[in-house]
Design a protein around this ligand. Structure first.
Ligand code: ZN
Length: 140
């Protein structure tokens, strides 16, 4: 088990472009700033969403497509390196017009209506993902 300790951080605050893909845009922020380990937070609204659920028995993601508009009540995630590239792992809780929530592993296909992010870069040793046979996932 690997654990890194960081004593310095750099914080980025901003807004994602309307119509952009949430996951892709967050990845671009990480790449542009060379973030090798960090934390993500975002609130706002999306025009549609795609979230995943990891089927532990079959070791595959099941995809849930949510058409329509949702509030992003909570998006939390991390940045680390996978194959030497910044990789975003984020989970999201979305609320509909009645306040009913859906959520899951953030996937491509989630479109920004408005998205305010705070990204924390942890300065120091990079965090890397490697394939884990027990889960079928790339983990720290
Ligand atoms: Zn996940």
């Amino acid at each position: 088990m690997k654990e890194n300790v960081y004593e310095k951080e750099k914080i980025y605050m901003g807004r994602l472009p309307q119509g952009s893909d949430v996951l892709v845009s967050l990845g671009e922020i990480a790449k542009k700033n060379g973030i090798k380990s960090g934390q993500i937070q975002l609130i706002g609204a999306v025009q549609c969403a795609v979230v995943g659920y990891y089927d532990q028995d079959n070791m595959v993601y099941k995809t849930l497509r949510l058409e329509g508009h949702y509030e992003v009540l909570c998006l939390t995630g991390n940045i680390s390196l996978k194959d030497e590239e910044p990789f975003i792992h984020a989970h999201v809780v979305l609320g509909d017009a009645k306040g009913i929530c859906y959520g899951g592993h953030l996937m491509e296909g989630t479109r920004v209506f408005a998205g305010e992010y705070i990204v924390r870069e942890f300065v120091g040793e990079e965090m890397k993902r490697v394939f884990d046979e027990k889960t079928g996932l790339y983990l720290w």
